[in-house]
Ligand binder design. Structure first.
Ligand code: SF4
Length: 134
């Protein structure tokens, strides 16, 4: 089964739109309660240092990256170079953006939980279909 990785960008911990998120609590709740392979937290994924991390970290091996950062349309533009440097296509199979903007810890946790569970359900359905057809 493909891996599920969570990348959490904390925007330096100083973005006013993320003031209601406790990043440490969120990271620990995700680690303890959600089914995923690993979580990486970075202060600025869209800067050179973050792109360098993405270049080394992202793999074109079926891993899906759930990216917690700024608004979806904004992060899609800002993180494009990181995906390019890693030579990983940025599409629905490799990239699931989740906005942290104007949300609190609980809201973000619920969103990531829902995203992971929905993908798991789709994975189970495809497995069943393959068994029926195969
Ligand atoms: S990717 Fe978005 S959330 Fe992360 S540092 Fe850049 S602007 Fe901030």
């Amino acid at each position: 089964m493909a891996k599920k990785a969570i990348l959490m960008c904390t925007c330096s911990g100083a973005c006013p739109s993320m003031k209601d998120i406790n990043f440490w609590e969120l990271a620990e709740r995700i680690r303890l309660e959600l089914n995923h392979d690993f979580l990486v937290m970075h202060p600025r994924l869209c800067e050179e240092n973050g792109e360098c991390l993405m270049e080394d970290l992202l793999k074109d091996d079926g891993t899906k990256y759930y990216v917690l950062a700024c608004k979806e349309e904004k992060q899609r533009k800002l993180l494009r170079d990181g995906y390019q440097r890693a030579r990983v296509a940025m599409n629905k199979d490799t990239y699931h953006p989740i906005s942290l903007s104007f949300k609190n810890t609980d809201q973000v946790f619920e969103e990531i939980r829902k995203a992971l569970e929905e993908d798991e359900a789709v994975g189970e359905e495809s497995k069943e279909e393959a068994q029926v057809n195969g």
